[in-house]
Design a protein around this ligand. Structure first.
Ligand SMILES: [Zn+2]
Length: 240
């Protein structure tokens, strides 16, 4: 058993009395180190969601250099792409009289209606050109069923139809998921919460995301994510 010198014991007692003993080890362990059972997911960093795209997220392109830097710290990287058919169920233009950002009821629940965006094979749906993720091992495309949206990279909007990502990650021994990309309050949040549902430890790297914030949706998404055990961190927690 390790013995403490009287001097060290007195020092620890002083720390404890000052309420610092608990804070001290936490501060020393502040840097988070992804391991070989971790994956970085870059959600929907596509032309459609950045300036000049069909559904631009404010400052969406600002996530690109942050994600590029984070990628140096990961052995496993997965990219997602929103990948809709023309005339998709999530497009306002598919419903006479409906405008973008209104909602409608579909058989799986309430659907926000968006401008036409990320149509399969178009330049709008391509990955943003400055995103440099040469190590990425999988690109998962979602939202390709014409009648159903898919914010999440794991399950489509009915919360039943799997994209296959959970099986892929589990087969590869992945335990921890770090989510980045666009938009925080929709595809990032739903991906993070579904990752929890599938048993992964989940971090969202806040400054590597940007939100749409439709009627308070950004604050609501953080609240829901936190309630489900998603951890909110900054890129500096990994990059140091
Ligand atoms: Zn979409």
């Amino acid at each position: 058993m390790k013995t403490l010198t009287p001097h060290r014991r007195a020092f620890l007692q002083a720390l404890s009395a000052a309420g610092l003993a608990a804070a001290w080890p936490a501060a020393r362990a502040a840097k988070i180190q992804p391991d070989d059972q971790s994956v970085l997911i870059a959600v929907d960093v596509q032309n459609c969601f950045v300036t000049g795209g069909t559904l631009p997220v404010k400052d969406g392109e600002a996530v690109v250099p942050v994600i590029n830097k984070l990628a140096d710290h990961f052995e496993n990287i997965v990219i997602t792409q929103d990948w809709h058919t023309p005339g998709h169920a999530s497009f306002a233009s598919s419903y006479p009289g409906k405008k973008p950002f209104e909602t409608t009821k579909l058989n799986y629940g309430t659907q926000v209606l968006w401008p036409d965006h990320c149509v399969q094979g178009t330049d709008d749906a391509a990955l943003q050109k400055d995103l440099k993720l040469p190590k990425a091992q999988l690109i998962i495309r979602k939202g390709f069923h014409k009648g159903m949206d898919s914010y999440s990279a794991f399950d489509e909007a009915d919360h039943k139809t799997a994209t296959g990502l959970a099986g892929y990650l589990k087969a590869r021994g992945i335990k921890t998921v770090y989510v980045t990309g666009l938009a925080t309050d929709f595809c990032v949040a739903w991906t993070a919460m579904d990752a929890r549902k599938n048993g992964f430890e989940v971090y969202v790297i806040e400054d590597a995301t940007r939100g749409i914030d439709l009627n308070g949706s950004l604050a609501a998404a953080w609240k829901q994510m936190t309630a489900k055990g998603v951890k909110r961190i900054q890129s500096g927690d990994i990059l140091g």
